[in-house]
Design a protein around this ligand. Structure first.
Ligand SMILES: [Zn+2]
Length: 103
């Protein structure tokens, strides 16, 4: 059987799918912005409608910032980038973020 050469793109895709942490790893970075533990919050994915805890997101940390992807459709749900001038939080991949009440 002939083996097909593995293209660089295929290998990069493979690495991308293997190289992530679960959303619990967002607890530290997001604690700089929110006073509650956001990993216990729930959100809805804009693309596929999956509702689930932030802790269930797939977190990729080898980007210029942190990139969290939906575990169902793999679209970007959240981006967090820290620069010398500030912290940028992009939630455009999320319909809502429901934070638990603390009282
Ligand atoms: Zn999704």
């Amino acid at each position: 059987m002939d083996r097909q050469p593995v293209s660089t793109t295929d290998y990069q895709d493979y690495q991308r799918y293997q190289d992530y942490q679960d959303g619990n790893a967002l607890a530290g970075p997001l604690s700089e912005i929110f006073t509650v533990d956001v990993t216990s919050a729930s959100g809805e994915c804009v693309t596929c409608g999956l509702v689930g805890p932030v802790a269930s997101l797939r977190l990729y940390h080898r980007a210029p910032g942190l990139v969290a992807r939906c575990p169902s459709c793999d679209e970007v749900v959240l981006r967090l980038v820290r620069t010398p001038r500030g912290t940028w939080l992009d939630l455009r991949g999320m319909v809502f973020l429901r934070l638990p009440r603390t009282e």
